[in-house]
Design a protein around this ligand. Sequence first.
Ligand code: ADP
Ligand code: MG
Length: 447
Amino acid sequence: MQDIETLWKLILEKLELRISSVSFMLWIKTIKPLEIDVNGNIVLVAQSVTAKNQILRNFVDKIAECANEVSGKEYNITVLDQNEEAEYLKNNKINEKNSTKTQEKSPFKEKFTFDNFVVGKSNQFVYAAARTVAEHPGKRYNPLFIYGGVGLGKTHLLHAIGNFIYEFSPNLKIMYVTCEQFTNDYIASLYSPTKNKSIMEFRGKYRNLDVLMVDDIQFISRGKETQEEFFHTFNELIMNNKQIIICSDRPPKDIETLEDRLRSRFSSGLIHDIQAPDIETRIAILHKKSQLEKYYAEDDAINYIAERVDSNIRDLEGKLSEVYFLATLNGKKVATITEAKEVFLNEPKEDIKNDLTTDKIISVVCNYFNIDEKDIIGKKKNKEIVTPRMIAIYLISELLNLPLVNIGKIFGGRDHTTIMHSRDKIDGELKTNKKTETIIKEIKALL
Ligand code: ADP
Ligand code: MG
């Protein structure tokens, strides 16, 4: 049985009985079966990096088990995320049946375009540089070196350049490789039985380009041969005014494995960093993704996610898709803040320092309203105390995710329904009452 679609269907039937229905809907049903490769691996594509990690952590063994039961064969399971799928398809040239279609299509990731790249303070310069290079390859910034943390859009920009050139300068030869692919490709030619011919082919492939983009150069190995080959490829291209764009998670000076001569070459052009996006940009990105991926979500839900994930756009997107899928499980077409909160349950807010405690929240709230800590947890029912009390309860529940029963204990042994009532009352007011909204914002800032 080599037909992945059929095999996957059978696997799903078995899997569904073995894992919780929520996990099944969230992580398993969203998997796209790609193929059974030449080595007999089942290759699956997860719909986000988060999903991929979940699958690897919790479900691959079960998938292999079920595959074995339905087919009698031992399969290894490979799980790719969508970026890796694009690479994989390119390298393995599978789907020959679709080849007439794919040949005309850009080899670059369709959604990674300039149009889909949200520009904000954190990335405006890098965006402008990438755009210039795409419009005038080999003429302005050469090489262009882009660095920045994981998930901040480096690969997206490379593909955007690729898509742009593919569309507007279709005669140019342009190639995107990861540093790892370049290395493997070179090593393969070194160890090929027809070594000399293979090396010539390798050079023919890399040195006759108009644009070469090398991603994740930080993974360059110490191997002398690869660095030497890269050095010569680099020089040859630059000498002929061909464009080189390199991405890395750190600046050239911090790539320890890099030989000095390459380091100084990389530094001879334009070096730009890409930073973590501010809150406005994060919100704009989520809106863009929501529209692109059809992950419909209310503004509240989007803002809630944007506030909580601040250093990795890939994670930001992952959370949006989780929230959306949870909403579909709840029978909704548009995700609301309820699902957003549920997804983040048990996850401490990223930007809230770990030293945040109930005591601290209570003390800040009391200071803010100028009331006594004894009163806020005590029995008094006058308005001057009741409102701050509810606000403290709301903040503790929202920021620390403590169970309601525990919060009740802190507030003088109140019942959990009373706590829930206080929390929901403030939650409701936040939507309708500007004054409450301001108070909460101000107190949060103090925390
Ligand atoms: P990196 O290569 O820096 O690790 P990627 O380019 O793979 O990061 O980006 C991770 C995800 O975040 C991708 O899905 C990408 O589309 C998205 N992304 C990053 N920056 C932006 C942006 N400015 N606008 C829209 N999407 C972005
Ligand atoms: Mg990348």
